[in-house]
Design a protein around this ligand. Sequence first.
Ligand code: GLP
Length: 262
Amino acid sequence: MEVIISDTKESASRAAAQVVARLVREKPDAVLGLATGSTPLPLYQELVRMHREEGLDFSRVTTFNLDEYIGLPRDHEQSYHSFMWENLFSQINIDPVRVHIPDGMTDDVPGFCAAYESKIREAGGIDLQILGIGSDGHIGFNEPGSSFASRTRIKTLTQRTVEDNARFFGGRGEDVPRHCITMGIGTIMDARVNLLLAFGGNKADAIAASVEGPVAAIVPASILQHHPNAKVFVDEAAASKLKLSSYYRWVYDRKPDWQKNA
Ligand code: GLP
């Protein structure tokens, strides 16, 4: 795991966007795994800026989103489908045919999940997966206790995640769906590169447990310690409980530029 601590979420997001952009320039038909939530928003804004100002070309890029709420129609304002089109896809030259987001209205959840896994395989696997993290350490919607071998499937949200996400539903926890479809931890671990972003003090415990704690299913993101190419982009607040923070800064400050975006 490589930990990159930035002063602000904006500078952390710019650094993460450089990694994404480098991949897309080197491999124009790259397969990206995408995340929702408030965390990746500045990263998506930076990718939009790079598309507009630097001609970053997404026309051959394929995307797979991590997760979606079950029971929300695509056009619901809080569906992850709406989120992705509003915050990224409508502002870049992505081919809609290459966009994949779990269908929260499917009437065959197991069949849909198996087909989603097949589509990822047929696309050649995910080159780079973007991840946020829940305050309980979840990635995608893989809540604590999720099997490290899990694939795309239905999950039940924890009470804590329902409460965390109530802010998107006008503060009404009762309106937050209880179930979702999420890529599994095994699916995420198959991505060639994983970029985990976390900002703010309410993520500090989850980041410390994931980066420096024991690898355990109770902290799903801790499995990334076993990933061969996982980068963790954090701001000062999210990094505040890391024991080795000065070492991570020391390492990053001494890296050659070419390696920073690799
Ligand atoms: C949701 C999403 C996750 C996301 C997490 C954190 O539950 N399923 O993919 O990482 O919340 O959200 P936020 O970035 O808004 O803190």
